[in-house]
Design a binder for this molecule. Structure first.
Ligand code: ATP
Length: 525
């Protein structure tokens, strides 16, 4: 039985009046509640969309306000008073209303102190309120009556127990111990209830559990994590070879990947667990690409955190979301936690409108500072102008890298990457220029970023394809001349955002970042 179910049952046993479940996935929560309480207990549900509904089949019963519903629940002589479980879904917009707060408090107090009218015909008042909400918010006055059903993520030993339990129940005698590692890894980052369900699904297909089931498990996990709204699993074909240039950073990451892959041995030798890197730089120059390639290099899943989606409108909600997201990443470790556009979230630190941001920032930094888990953080930012100094201090990120517009040899390398990609994907229907010829494009592509170069390749190929449609040729030859023609027509980032680029170059020159190409300090003088 999963830990959530056991925790839930324990809360019922000790007469917790209000149980709060912070979860977006109502179907899973319903399954969990049904399994936890068994068949004999009546459940009533009120949700903000329909009103009172049948908990089992979700048929609407009555379009009733939450206030009226709670008055009925509170009434000692009402039939509803006998119900053990009352599920309230998505009431975050109503819970701060004084009458709703009072009613919930009164029901909670009755549950705690008043065991009903002392009459043989009327059973003791034993209603437990279960609030299920996608938003983590409880008014202060209700906090003494509320227990949180925490989403806990089992550790390796617990996941192994769940795997063993499923093998036993399903009498899977052919289970191969060699498959355990892959299965274990794929199940990390799911709650025990979700693992239970996922293993049921894997088993139901053919009655056994094999490493080949990890594909289905990972697909399930991807969906479940996405639904949580905290993080997103990013699957990407990019590898370290997809990056043209940035040689120093690529070598740096190759070194770190060796440590992360051997982290247990590294700890035996007192090697510090790598924390992660912060990459600032020009737009379209490969910051995101580096985050994706890091995951491939480390052979670890990539979890993307969107700081914008962390922000909530209720007191404590944003901090709660950040904490939950970090907890989830730690449960999924080893993994890469990619925090994109970190500057957007933390720009307001220290400002007056930003008490919440400052608290979140503080939490994030102390987590990063004390982190011992195998979560490698890759934070990326375009705008390095107003970055809080704490973010740049040693002890937080291992290193701060700066990605500049690509130099001549780097642009050649980026052309090579994208041209070869086209050739690979077209099964030799596309002929590309020789590597040595690419330097002929240098003088036409100064000030281009990686995205500009990619678009030159894309556009050239598209034009050549249109020509092919009007010919009887079977293949396309991308020549240097064609690429040059296209480059001359392209308005590069340096031309379209002249001032912005100049300003960024100035900031990089005033900051002590590490140049991702050369490994030298960017600080001039
Ligand atoms: P932004 O700050 O705008 O999000 P970014 O620095 O994260 O940009 P990416 O998303 O990594 O940029 O790159 C944009 C596109 O340009 C990608 O499709 C990528 O393939 C290509 N590109 C950029 N830099 C490089 C590079 N160094 N090597 C190969 N391709 C690159």
């Amino acid at each position: 039985m999963s830990k959530e179910i056991l925790d839930f049952q324990k809360m019922l046993d000790v007469n917790i009046p209000i149980i709060f479940i912070h979860n977006h996935d109502f179907v899973r929560v319903d399954e969990m509640i049904s399994e936890a309480i068994g068949r004999n207990v009546a459940i009533r549900e009120w949700n903000s969309a329909v009103g009172t509904v049948d908990f089992k089949n979700k048929e609407p019963i009555m379009r009733q306000s939450l206030e009226n519903f709670l008055i009925e629940i509170y009434a000692p002589d009402s039939t509803y008073g006998k119900d053990r479980i009352v599920v309230l879904k998505e009431i975050q917009d109503l819970i701060d209303q004084p009458q709703i707060k009072s009613l919930l408090m009164m029901i909670a107090q009755r549950r705690l102190y008043d065991h009903g009218i002392q009459d043989e015909d009327i059973p003791p008042y034993s209603t437990t309120i279960v609030i299920v909400s996608s938003v983590d918010h409880i008014p202060e006055e209700l906090i003494p009556y509320v227990s949180y059903l925490e989403q806990t993520y089992p550790d390796e030993a617990e996941i192994n127990q769940l795997i063993d339990a499923h093998i036993k129940i399903n009498k899977d005698q052919g289970f191969d111990e060699k498959d355990r590692k892959a299965l274990l890894q794929s199940l990390k980052g799911l709650t025990s209830f979700e693992i239970d369900r996922t293993l049921d699904m894997a088993m139901s297909e053919n009655g056994n559990l094999r490493a080949s089931d990890t594909k289905m498990i990972l697909a399930q996990k991807k969906q479940m994590v996405k639904k949580s709204g905290l993080l997103e699993f990013v699957e990407t074909p990019e590898t370290i070879e997809s990056i043209g240039g940035l040689d120093y950073l690529k070598d740096y990451l190759k070194g770190k990947s060796q440590v992360m892959k051997e982290i247990i041995r590294a700890k035996e030798y007192a090697v510090r667990v790598p924390k992660g890197i912060f990459i600032v730089g020009m737009p379209g120059c490969g910051k995101s690409l580096c985050a994706k390639a890091t995951a491939a290099l480390f052979k670890a899943p990539l979890l993307k955190m969107d700081m914008g989606s962390m922000m909530g409108k209720y007191v404590g909600e944003s901090e709660g979301r950040l904490r939950s997201a970090i907890k989830l990443a730690e449960a999924a470790a080893p993994c890469i936690l990619w925090i994109d556009e970190i500057e957007k979230a933390f720009n307001g630190v220290g400002g007056e409108s930003s008490e919440v941001i400052t608290r979140m920032f503080g939490y994030f930094l102390s987590w990063l500072q004390e982190k011992t888990s195998n979560v490698y953080v890759v934070a990326t930012a375009n705008n390095a102008e107003n970055l809080p100094p704490e973010l740049k201090r040693k002890g937080r990120f291992d290193e701060i890298f700066c990605v500049n517009l690509p130099k001549d040899n780097e642009r050649e390398a980026i052309f090579k990457v994208h041209l070869e990609k086209k050739q690979r994907n077209a099964e030799s229907k596309v002929i590309i220029p020789k590597k040595e010829e690419l330097s002929k494009l240098n003088s036409y592509t100064r000030g281009f970023n990686g995205a500009d170069i990619e678009s030159v390749v894309d556009e050239t190929l598209e034009n050549l394809f249109i020509e092919l449609l009007h010919s009887n040729r079977g293949s396309i030859e991308i020549t240097i001349d064609k690429l040059r023609e296209q480059a001359q027509k392209t308005i590069s980032i340096s031309a379209s955002c002249k001032n912005q680029i100049k300003n960024m170059e100035k900031i990089f020159g005033e900051s002590s970042f590490i140049d991702a190409t050369t490994g030298k300090q960017t600080l001039k003088n």
